[in-house]
Design a binder for this molecule. Structure first.
Ligand SMILES: Cc1ncc(COP(=O)(O)O)c(C=O)c1O
Length: 474
């Protein structure tokens, strides 16, 4: 167990060296061969982001009156976001630390607005498609709001408005749509969802965490993007992230509201304790000014045209990848992805083996487990840094698919399926070492673990994940 070792403290350079060494087993994102997790800006923007972050590292976003610099930068960033989302002077918003926080605030706003306006609602619920990001489920879990999950179409991976209609009841407070959803990169029918919300006098949230900093630029380039923002009658809030396709440092998203009056329900105040006064617009209280300053600097440096140029490149790369997948007999493209996020499945080759093969060739591609009508699949998020490598990517992908095409799909588990259905936490603990998992260490090859997770029911999958991760962290 590590502890302070004051008698023989390492030097600064030794610590720096250790930090570098700690990175050795991380995903090598600088290779441009990682198609998830990382959104790498160009080198000039990257240097600016680092500088701006460091300049405001210590400033505290806890109190907007103490650091007026942060208030000004937040106002500017939110103005840009509102503009991109076709909002007006009535709109309001706040900078948050991520998409999950923005979504949590959208749910809190809906819950507290309804507590005020519809006090008869005792057990509030939201209606959302099964493709909505897990952050909604997490927010509802934290905020004691129910989720009414509706299915999506097998072909398009989008929900039918009829299913929203069927699910709404007297306790519904919010309808949710994604623009686009992360998993399949498809856009829900926002105009219809928002119209229904308006008709039923409900709030309507659009999750544009990945689309907000992408679709406006794609639209300007002439791509056919359906309306999804505040130009759509009935949309009352939007979440959009800067730390994804805004290519800024992590800790950068926002929550936007159609009317300032709605934002009041997002705020939290506490005058019931003996310390300083608390008025938090967001979930976090003390927070670095770094990510806000980095975001502000990057947005100003890039300008509309800078992002448009990136989108031009990633859209062209996406079209190439989409074509290669669609034309391949072993792969099935899922839905009609509108932006640079693609998912494909296969009932002819082993996708777990494909992930491993691509890893050997230096690529990181993301496995998504089966759920409902969505089969086991591979997700690709094509970001700016991948564009120059895209032809090699396609070549390596097709090569790997071809290599695997002679193998049969290995869906065997180290135990019978009935055993999986009856797994208990104690049994998972016993299984760990056989799976090459030791507490406290990031596992190397996850192929077998992934096969087990994919085969498990959602409940058993959640339980296994909790057992693993509880062991992983101290
Ligand atoms: C559509 C969508 N919503 C919400 C989130 C959650 O964002 P974060 O990871 O920043 O909390 C993501 C993350 O990928 C996303 O794709």
């Amino acid at each position: 167990m590590s502890t302070f070792f004051d008698a023989n403290r390492p030097t600064v350079s030794h610590i720096e060296q250790q930090l570098k060494e700690l990175k050795t087993n991380d995903l090598p994102w600088k290779s441009g061969k990682v198609l998830a997790y990382v959104y790498e800006p160009d080198p000039v923007a990257y240097a600016l982001i680092q500088k701006a972050y460091m300049m405001f590292l210590t400033e505290n976003g806890l109190d907007p009156t103490a650091f007026s610099s942060l208030l000004k930068m937040e106002q500017d960033v939110i103005d840009i976001a509102i503009n991109l989302m076709n909002g007006d002077e009535e709109c309001a918003g706040n900078f948050t630390f991520g998409g999950t926080e923005s979504i949590m605030l959208a749910i809190k706003t809906a819950r507290d607005y309804n507590r005020d306006k519809n006090p008869n609602i005792k057990k509030p619920n939201i209606v959302l498609p099964v493709t909505a990001h897990a952050a909604f489920f997490k927010a509802c879990h934290y905020l004691d709001v129910e989720t009414k999950v509706i299915p999506v179409d097998e072909k398009n991976f989008t929900p039918k408005i009829l299913n929203y209609q069927k699910s709404i009841d007297e306790n519904t407070i919010l309808l949710v749509g994604s623009s686009p959803s992360y998993a399949h990169g498809v856009i829900d029918p926002i105009e219809e969802i928002a119209a229904l919300a308006k008709e039923k006098n409900l709030l309507c949230h659009v999750d544009a965490c990945v689309g907000g900093m992408y679709l406006p630029f794609a639209k300007k380039l002439g791509y056919d993007i359906p309306a999804f923002d505040f130009s759509v009658e009935g949309v009352t809030s939007i979440s959009m992230d800067f730390h994804k396709y805004g290519y800024t440092a992590k800790g950068a998203s926002c929550i936007l509201h159609k009317r300032k009056e709605l934002r009041k329900y997002q705020l939290y105040t506490c005058s019931e304790w003996s310390g300083y006064s608390i008025v938090n617009p967001t979930v976090l209280s003390s927070k670095t000014g770094g990510s806000l300053a980095a975001c502000w600097a990057n947005l100003n440096y890039m300008g509309f045209v800078g992002f448009q140029n990136i989108v031009e490149g990633t859209q062209a790369a996406k079209t190439k990848v989409e074509k290669a997948i669609s034309e391949n007999d072993y792969l099935n493209l899922l839905g009609t992805p509108i932006m640079n996020m693609i998912a494909f499945s296969s009932n002819k080759i082993d996708l777990f083996a494909l992930v491993a093969k691509m890893k050997e060739l230096g690529w990181y591609i993301q496995l998504q487990f089966k759920h409902g009508i969505s089969p086991t699949n591979i997700h690709l998020s094509i970001n700016r840094a991948n564009v120059e490598h895209i032809d090699t990517f396609i070549k390596d992908l097709l090569f790997s698919v071809n290599e695997l095409s002679n193998n049969t799909i290995d869906s065997s588990l180290p135990f019978p399926t009935e055993f999986l259905d009856n797994l208990t936490p104690e049994m998972v603990q016993q299984l760990k070492s056989g799976l090459g998992i030791s507490d406290g260490e990031a596992p190397g090859d996850l192929t077998l673990v992934n096969r087990i997770l994919d085969a498990a029911s959602p409940e058993i999958r959640d339980m296994i994940l909790k057992e693993f991760v509880n062991g992983l962290f101290r």
